[in-house]
Design a protein around this ligand. Sequence first.
Ligand code: SF4
Length: 465
Amino acid sequence: MDRRKFFLLTYGCQMNKLDSELIASRMIQGGFEETDREEEARILLLNTCSIRESAEDRVWGRIGAMKARKMKDPGVVIGILGCMAQEHQQFLRAKMPHIDVVCGTREFGRIDELVKESMETRKGVVATGEGGNGDLVHREVGQRPMRAQAFVNIIRGCNMPCTYCIVPATRGPEVSRPVDAIREEVERLVADGVTEITLLGQTVNAYGHDLERGTDLALLLRELHQLPALRRISFVTSHPSFLTPRLMEAMAALPRVSRYFHLPAQSGSSKVLKAMKRGYTRERYLARIRDLKSLIPDMEFACDFIAGFPGETEEDHRQSLSLIEEVGFSQSFVFKYSPRKGTVSADFLTDDIPEDVKARRNQELLQVQEQVSLAKNKAQVGEVREILVEGPSKRRKDRYTGRTARNRLVHFANEDPSLVGRYVPVEIIEAQAHCLIGELREETRTLQAGEDEWLGMRNREGMGR
Ligand code: SF4
């Protein structure tokens, strides 16, 4: 069995998935070879997530299973990377001697060296400082899983004080990447066939505050928008406090910037938002939405909610429900509150909402969102939308899926794999709460880069600028 083959398993958010692409790049540059078959690898790497207890539980289970493999074959190298390595470094060192490499969130830019050191010394290696974050890795652009789409990190870490969140502790303070480095990476991705990019950061719209004066997300969007081959540009995750007039103006002026905007509120109650230390009230959140809608009337919004935060009353919960209806989110991601050790809310607030109440509120938020989503999706029936084809449907072999410029998932009958990565028109024939069903239509003309459903809608509705 080849000692240099590695198997990399990823848990958690999109940022972790992108980090795994960078980890794989670095390992390959260091002379290792990736395999997707765990049994043929001698190096097992887990890129982990701490955001919720359930995510951690799955990783602990997997670490246990890897121990059995190590006992049979002591030459196997096991590495734990990312948030859990950062958060539980003491425990991993003290209680889990079968782990060979503990690599924190700001060290995986040198993961190949850490693995080699462990192989050579046959000792455990722990790196949880700031020796090299992933942005130091020269990305192998061909490493990405989707041909036409790519994620690009622009800012790491978080400076915000949200009381429920472990991210500032695991990922450290915000560090923005220079504009030139981002543009260079995006140009290489575009040269390799990418037409849609998503810029990533925990507080993506705080980008640039630690760089040269005048550098911000608005400037970066204007810079990237100059690349004509890029047909769609989006960014996640935004914080309402950094939705500045300058950013809104840039979004309005740049037609290829996505008209789907994920702006997590977390709660519709100003009282709960204060306890969360989110830095805005319900009214200010709504004012931001109004401001952006006044510039881009057809902008679609998506949201995150936490159900059952400590102290949340039925009235607070009703305010979250009403926020969904008032804004008319096209999508909401809802999570039950779970205390994370090391956060302010876990250490200083009482987790006083019973589990069954959290579950009910969670369900009610989802139900209201489903009604709103369904009504919005029904309004799409009969329209022709341009979608970027992503691949075969997971559930039905005779269907493929794609997304509109507003991030709506569309399933359509197709058996032609050559459509993957292409932009094709589909007529929407049926609406469900979570997706649309469409039928392929003839391409009557070639859509130019930047011409998308949004422009089509503007033309139909006569919205000039
Ligand atoms: S903005 Fe708040 S919720 Fe988001 S990563 Fe930072 S601390 Fe966590």
